[in-house]
Design a protein around this ligand. Structure first.
Ligand SMILES: [Zn+2]
Length: 599
């Protein structure tokens, strides 16, 4: 998780805004006097579920927690991030000296690569590696596989690796920061990995970022990984990604398994699009990495972990990915390694039968219910509706609302009403449950928007678009990082000054957008229509979301008996939004006409 995401997870917009203006809770939203303009009747609203705010009064503007603090304190994004980070107990790296971080990372990759070569050489040639060789042979791995994955062996020694690397010019500090040795309390250090089968872990670019290591005796833990380092973050890494990336791209699908051996066996049997999460729960960060290669993910889940995992994470995964995640459930007591070894066709069959994760969740929740009874119908709605409510993709949300409606024989319209009214009370216990189970995981869905990023990429690669009459507003960008990049772009002359103006915490995000776009070559004559289409879609999404917020406020005002003038003003704003949406539609259809005409 990036520090920005971490701060978003830990800070609640309600707490922050409450320090500047007093808020009263009314249903799903909170209202108060606008802290940005002076008023007598409150027209400032906070939406805790979306973690954003909007002023329907003189300001007519809104945003997330970062934009609130920036506006209120008159500070830039970097300062707001550090202020909120301090409050949330998240330490934010300060701007490093240019180039310093890069050199340190390069050196860590080199150190890891030297260590991997050493471990690999040992498993191939050292008599001391008998046990490691036996283990690998028992698991049915071929020499080709051992070489392909550069598996290795660490000697049962406190300083063999350390001595080897120091002789080759690596110093103790470098070994410490790479996590290859562990510091002694009495000073000095010793080899972290001893008498273990070594699995080098790569990033997508092929650098070795860390190691997984399996004990070859009774030592605990059975699996030991590199600690967090400047280049290794287990929660964001995927084992086998370097070897799997081409196949994932070609087949436009990635399969996520849990263990090192599962991934290795899959590759040996020709299933090259498989990566391992190296832990039970798949993280948002891992999904983000895969997202650059494909939008089609299949999770291979253990029979026992499957239910919880699918239910707790489904919507988060899909919101991050902007696509459907499917799930296969392995036969009880089996892991992918054993399934594939027994019969590769079983694995192929399972993949073919993979269920969309929401359908799987439906099955799982309704399996124990008798849907002919009123009580169980209501239980099914109680448990499924909050999950449906979290969906960001309205088409998918509609699909599952319809499915639920058929299942319990209640009209979609009625379910929609329930969805609107009881969403917060139902959703909260669910979120709380997720929080208790997986404290280190993302609690709120991490918003990422392919549309926003595509728009930015076009702008960054085609400076001539700056002259284009269509321009998005900063508010169109829901994702904080994207909005920051957009505002920096507005103020900058070229990509270098843009980079200079960005906070360091956002540079990585910018790099990833640029990286992805390099792969897409667009014909020059299609850039402008694509860009215009992008802006229109962003505008449409923005207006729709504004309309939802306005409708919620109007409903609330009507309920609380707001003044006729207030109500009329909100109605008018609604008409205005509809008019603007109408314009978007007209422009979109004109765009389609032009494109069609060119053919
Ligand atoms: Zn205001």
């Amino acid at each position: 998780m990036s520090v920005i995401e971490e701060v978003k997870q830990r800070v609640d917009i309600v707490d922050i805004v409450s320090q500047y203006t007093s808020l009263t809770k009314s249903g799903r939203i909170l209202r108060g006097l606008c802290p940005f303009h002076s008023e007598k009747t409150p027209s400032f609203f906070v939406y805790p579920e979306q973690q954003n705010w909007h002023c329907f009064g003189a300001c007519g503007t809104g945003g997330d927690v970062f934009s609130f603090v920036m506006k209120k304190e008159g500070i830039d994004f970097g300062e707001a991030l550090r202020l909120l980070g301090e409050r949330a107990g998240v330490s934010i790296p300060s701007r490093p000296e240019p180039g310093a971080g890069r050199d340190e990372k390069e050196r860590l990759y080199q150190t890891n690569e030297a260590a991997a070569r050493y471990f690999h050489e040992l498993i191939l040639n050292s008599p001391a590696a008998e046990k490691a060789k036996d283990y690998v042979a028992n698991r049915g791995l071929s020499l080709e596989t051992v070489t392909g994955f550069q598996l290795g062996f660490s000697l049962n020694s406190w300083d063999a690796l350390k001595e080897y690397l120091e002789e080759r010019g690596y110093n103790e500090n470098e070994l410490l920061s790479g996590g290859l040795v562990t510091e002694k309390e009495t000073g000095g250090s010793y080899d972290r990995f001893r008498n273990r089968l070594m699995f080098p872990i790569h990033d997508t670019k092929g650098h070795i970022i860390g190691f997984g290591a399996r004990a070859l005796d009774d030592s605990l833990p059975k699996y030991l990984n590199s600690p967090q380092t400047a280049v290794f973050d287990k929660s964001g890494s995927l084992y086998g990604i370097d070897l799997a990336a081409p196949a994932i791209r070609d087949q436009d699908m990635a399969v996520i398994v849990e263990g090192f051996m599962d991934a290795i066996t899959a590759h040996q049997c020709g299933f090259n699009n498989v990566v391992a999460s190296m832990g039970t729960a798949v993280t948002e960060k891992q999904i983000n990495t895969l997202k650059r290669l494909t939008r089609n993910l299949v999770l291979a889940l253990d029979a026992d972990a499957a239910g919880e995992e699918a239910m707790l994470r489904s919507v988060g995964y899909e919101n991050t990915l902007g696509a459907e995640v499917r799930v296969i459930v392995l036969p009880e007591g089996k892991d992918p390694d054993s399934v594939i070894k027994e019969d590769a066709r079983t694995w192929q069959d399972l993949l073919g039968k993979a269920l969309p994760i929401m359908d799987y969740t439906f099955n799982m929740i309704t399996a124990s219910l008798d849907l002919s009874t009123a009580r169980d119908k209501s239980l099914a709605v109680d448990r499924l509706l909050p999950i449906i409510a979290e969906m960001k993709d309205i088409v998918r949300q509609g699909h599952y609302l319809e499915k639920l409606s058929r299942l319990v024989n209640v009209t979609e319209r009625n379910l929609e009403n329930v969805l609107r009214q009881i969403r917060p009370t139902l959703a909260r216990p669910w979120v709380k449950a997720a929080r208790q189970r997986v404290p280190e995981q993302a609690l709120r869905p991490v918003y990422s928007s392919p549309l926003e990023e595509y728009c930015l990429a076009l702008l960054l690669q085609h400076p001539e678009l700056k002259k284009c009459s269509q321009e998005p507003l900063p508010e169109y960008f829901e994702c904080t990082e994207n909005r920051e990049i957009f505002t920096a772009w507005q103020q900058s002359g070229d990509i270098l000054s843009l980079k200079g103006g960005l906070d360091t915490t956002i540079q990585e995000h910018l790099d990833s957008i640029m990286d992805r776009m390099k792969k897409k070559d667009l014909e020059d004559n299609r850039i402008e229509p694509r860009y215009t289409d992008c802006v229109l879609r962003l505008r449409e999404r923005f207006l729709r979301s504004l309309e939802v917020k306005r409708a919620a406020v109007l409903a609330l005002e009507a309920e609380l008996g707001g003044s006729a003038a207030e109500l009329a003003k909100l109605e008018e704003q609604g008409i205005d939004i509809s008019t603007q949406l109408g314009e978007v539609f007209i422009q979109k259809s004109r765009g389609a006409g032009i494109k069609g005409g060119k053919k």
